[in-house]
Design a protein around this ligand. Structure first.
Ligand code: PMP
Length: 419
């Protein structure tokens, strides 16, 4: 039995049948330059299964209307489907209550919501906010903007060369001025799974709440927000087999209730007069205007889809695939892999000696392999790594060992061309 067969057999032995999973994703049959498409750009956006596509169609064919305010049949249908999606997501991340799930436009929008809603209420001059060296710009810039506005300071947890945060330094940084810790659950460049439980405990010992950027966490592993005891958790629908334009803010109810609204407008009010406006209770307080109703319903379906396969099965399949890919790429002379944390998830960043990442990406595309090349919205991390860009292959539940072989073959092709 070849290595490929062994992995796929083993994985199916755990109840994971990758061929069956692939059949749910019609787009994977698209051919690129006459070649099999090996889609490794999942960290940017994952593909959407038939179940979600069908749910979106059904909504548009028979349930579409605006929600909440309507008294007619379709509005009731749409409202019920939207609120059912909220309940599905609550279950997916094990939130304590539906009202702790706020629909947003995505992770970036979620973090801006917290930066403004929490920041306006709780951050002042001289206060500190802690982020880490490996954050996506979405978990840096909103905090910088807040710090500038309030006269607060942004502090940065350093990391070692393997891509692991220095917890001693983090611990030293926490003090009575720290108002919030905002760190990524999983790095979108290095794949590092941060020791967030320990980091949350340390912050809570100081009375400091913690926001986790879960954009690369929730799609790949079981996330239980109560077990983690995080105060906020941010994620996007399009990285977990859902539609674009939708994301989630999970927040502990007691904190959300104390926060200021982010946007003002329809649906987020209790009463409005020119003298005084009062706000609706959560979650409505943070969902001003008409929300992305269809996308929210699609995201609820995506969560059901992932659960029907099983998050633990997905994690263990991806772990094996990552191991296979790491072996395959480290076996090629001239390939440098970035990030080898002891706890690492489904991301493989690398460079080929003497070839710019963008050129690598272009030639891989000629070979049917879709990757991302660039700074991955993590310029401070690139600076720490000492490179302008990397190539990133990010794996997901429908990728196979054959596709990893295709990637390795395409890398050899790049080397031939530039050799
Ligand atoms: N944080 C991380 C770790 C990410 O990987 C991404 C997406 N690349 C984001 C935040 C931003 O997500 P979105 O573009 O969906 O807002």
């Amino acid at each position: 039995m070849g290595a490929n067969e062994a992995l796929n057999t083993q994985a199916s032995g755990q109840g994971f049948d990758v061929a069956r999973v692939r059949s749910d994703f019609p787009i994977l049959d698209v051919r690129v330059n006459g070649k099999h498409l090996a889609y490794f750009d999942n960290g940017a956006s994952a593909q959407v299964p038939t179940q979600v596509i069908n749910r979106l169609s059904r909504y548009h064919e028979s349930e579409h209307s605006n929600i909440h305010r309507g008294v007619h049949y379709l509005s009731e249908m749409a409202t019920a489907a939207y609120e059912q999606a909220r309940s599905r997501l609550k279950k997916f991340i094990n939130a304590a209550e539906d009202r702790e799930v706020i629909f947003t436009r995505g992770t970036t929008n979620t973090i801006n919501l917290v930066a403004q809603g929490f920041g306006r209420a709780f951050v002042g001059a001289g206060d500190e906010i802690i982020v880490s060296q490996m954050e996506h710009h979405s978990n840096i810039v909103p905090w910088q903007m807040l710090c500038e506005e309030k006269g607060a300071t942004l502090r940065v947890i350093p990391m070692d060369d393997s891509g692991q945060l220095l917890l001693d330094e983090y611990q030293k940084m926490l003090n009575s001025r720290t108002r919030l810790v905002a760190v990524t659950h999983v790095s979108n460049v290095l794949g590092t799974v941060n020791p967030v439980r320990e980091m949350i405990e340390l912050a809570h010992a100081q009375g400091t709440p913690v926001l986790l950027d879960g954009a690369q966490g929730v799609p790949h592993m079981r996330v239980d927000v109560q077990d983690l005891d995080c105060d906020f958790y941010a994620f996007s629908g399009h990285k977990m087999c859902g539609p674009t334009g939708i994301g989630v803010l999970y927040g502990k109810a007691e904190l959300l209730e104390k926060m200021q609204p982010y946007e003002g407008g329809g649906s987020m009010i209790l009463s409005v007069s020119f003298e005084k406006t009062t706000y609706a209770a959560i979650p409505d307080k943070f969902e001003a205007g008409t929300p992305p109703i269809a996308a929210a319903i699609g995201l609820g379906e995506a969560a059901e889809y992932l659960e029907s396969i099983g998050m633990d099965a997905i994690t263990s399949y991806e772990d094996e695939l990552l191991g296979y890919a790491t072996d395959a790429l480290s076996g090629i002379d001239g390939v440098r892999i970035f990030g080898n944390a002891s706890d690492k998830a489904s991301v493989l960043s690398f460079n080929i000696e003497g070839v710019h990442a963008h050129d690598v990406g272009t030639i891989l595309n000629d070979e049917g392999v879709a990757v991302r090349a660039g700074h991955h919205c993590a310029q401070p991390l690139m600076k720490r790594l000492g490179v302008p860009a990397t190539v990133r292959a990010s794996l997901y539940l429908y990728n196979t060992t054959e596709e990893v072989d295709q990637l390795a073959g395409a890398i050899r092709r790049v080397q031939q061309i530039f050799g």
